[in-house]
Each structure stands twice: as C-alpha cells, then as structure tokens.
Design a protein around this ligand. Sequence first.
Ligand SMILES: Nc1ncnc2c1ncn2[C@@H]1O[C@H](COP(=O)(O)OP(=O)(O)OP(=O)(O)O)[C@@H](O)[C@H]1O
Ligand code: SF4
Ligand SMILES: [Mg+2]
Length: 345
Amino acid sequence: MTSTEQQPFLSIRDLRVHFSTEDGIVKAVDGLTFDLAKGKTLGIVGESGSGKSVTNLTILGLHDRDRTRIDGEIVLDGQDLLATSERQLERLRGNKMSMIFQDALASLSPYHTIGKQISETYRKHTGASRLEARHRAIEMLRRVGIPQPDVRVDDYPHQFSGGMRQRAMIAMALVCDPELLIADEPTTALDVTVQAQIMDLLKDLQQEFGTAIIFITHDLGVIADIADDVLVMYGGRCVERGTKEEVLRTPQHPYTLGLMNSMPSLDGPVDVPLSPIPGSPPSLLNPPSGCRFHPRCAFAEKVPGGLCSGESPVLEVVDGRGSACHLPKEQRSELFADFAGTRHN
Ligand SMILES: Nc1ncnc2c1ncn2[C@@H]1O[C@H](COP(=O)(O)OP(=O)(O)OP(=O)(O)O)[C@@H](O)[C@H]1O
Ligand code: SF4
Ligand SMILES: [Mg+2]
C-alpha cells in the first residue's frame, strides 16, 4: 500500500461482493480498495462478519458463483482476475496464488498421505515426475519444520498433530512458490508457541521467495508481529489503513481504537482493564445508515448535525494512509487520548 510502484503486484479497486439470499442482498464487501507489493505483508483485521474471508475468497476465485454479484477490479501482476476464466483461475491457484486456512483438516484429504497431497499439487502445476515431486514434498516438509520428513511424508493427516497439520498445509500452499499467499487466521486454533513458530516460518519463507502475503486475523498482536501495512475492516468496508506503525501507534478511527482497547496492550501494563466495544457487528443485509459504526461509536455525539447517522464518511487515502470518519482530524488525538484516559482510570 505504501509502495510507490506504478503497478502494484496486487491491486483491488472498489471491490463489491454482494450475495443474493432469500432475505435480500448481503453486501459482504462494499467498496474495498487496496494495493499490495511483492515481499510485503498486509494484515487485514476486523470482527467476525466484516468481510475479510469473502474478500480473499473472491481474489482466489473461490466464491460462491451462482448467487454472487461482483463489481470492481482485482488485478494480480497485470492480470484482471475478474475477467479470467475458471479454468485459468484454477491454474493460478496453487501456482501463482495460494491460501492457508484456519482449519487444516478441512483442507487436507483424510484418504491420502500428506506426501501424496503435496506432491500431486506440485505435479499438477509443474508436470514433474512422481519421484521429483516426492523429493520436493520431503524438502517442503523439512522446510516447514516437520521432523524426519522422509518418514513422515508417508503419514496420513490424522497421524499429524494440529500444529504439524498446519505446517503441512503451509508446505502444500508453498510447494509451487506462489507469489501471493493468503493466510486466513492460520494460527488461531494453535497454542501460542506453535503460533509463534508458524509466524516465523512465514516470515522466513517470505524473505526467501519474496512472497506477497495477506494475513487475516482478529488479533492485533499478530498484526504487530507480522504485517507491514494494515487494513481495518468494518461491515464490509475499510475504515482505516496505513502502515502497521501508523495504525497501531496513532489510530485515526474510533473502531480501530475500540479494537485496541478491547485487547491486551501490546507493550503496556498487563493490569489495564479491557473494554470490549459495546453492541455487535452490523447486519450486512440491512446495514445502519450513514457511518456503519455509528450505533456503537462513543464519538458519534461529538459530530454535530446527525452527520454520523446521516452520511457515510468517505475514506480519504493519502500515501497509503487514511480513515473514514466525520470527526475533524485535528480533534482526534485529543479525543482519543481522553477516551483511553477514562478507560485506564
Ligand atoms: N455465500 C454467502 N451467502 C450469503 N452471505 C454470505 C456468504 N458468504 C459470506 N456471507 C456473509 O458475508 C459476511 C462476511 O463474511 P466473512 O466470512 O467474509 O466474514 P469474516 O470477516 O471473514 O468473519 P470471521 O472473522 O468470522 O471469519 C457475513 O455476514 C457472512 O454471513
Ligand atoms: S463517522 Fe461518526 S460514528 Fe463513524 S466512526 Fe466517526 S465519529 Fe464514529
Ligand atoms: Mg473469515
């Protein structure tokens, strides 16, 4: 996002993903714009139902096609993905772009060995021989830290622990050196130690291959560890973006501030009480008028004229930094400091 390259590696412009349901149109993603450069990690953070997974499944072309309307632009390395056939997309998946999910068991087949699954992915995209692909699978398992990879390659997924399965899925996702890796809460189900190991692994692999990574998480601590840039989503829209330092040190949107206050401080005292954001995420069938965050926002009353409930704030982005809020910029730091002060007293 902060890249000054003329043509970013991945460019998303005004993306809208709307689902037709019996109850009406679900506006799961509603006007999302961002860029990602090679070798960089974009963290996408937001509460449940904010549109994080739908955004990324749409990039991969894995969305539910029958009842979905997609508008906007997704361009990967100069290729317009929304104009790409399903067949071509299938070729790109696993090869140019791939994804790791929260639940490795759901992504791995229980009927085939880990090695077979990794090597078949490799063969499908490279045409390598069985033997070459087996060597490659062992090599990938070794790289992701599986002990005795030449033996464990013949194990089935149920013979691996949760952390090892997650590593195996990463090995499968990376076996063709994808240029874009989308990681959707890949460490949420794991204990803290394994989580840290997997994050280190992703960082190492990124350094080695220059992979661009989109990392989706609820956890700002994970963002602080792995991301270069951050995009905060609320109700299908981006409410704030910037570099990790900008967003985490000087949040400009009340929702980002709310997220930070609802999580243990990254570097502050451990005894500060947490304050969850009141209320719940908006319905995407019938989103609130104006700013979608207004029913939950502690600052809406500071904006005169009912603007917050009447008019949708525009996301203004300058040099990759921006937020969508009606509060005057010059008042935010003072208001936000007071808010944090109230909480800590
Ligand atoms: N195929 C679909 N049909 C209708 N609605 C859908 C469909 N897929 C997702 N949605 C809705 O779109 C919204 C965004 O969902 P999404 O899975 O992207 O959220 P998320 O931010 O990834 O949440 P979580 O953190 O819980 O994974 C949700 O309200 C979800 O119910
Ligand atoms: S626009 Fe209003 S309701 Fe929305 S975040 Fe800003 S102050 Fe809160
Ligand atoms: Mg999700």
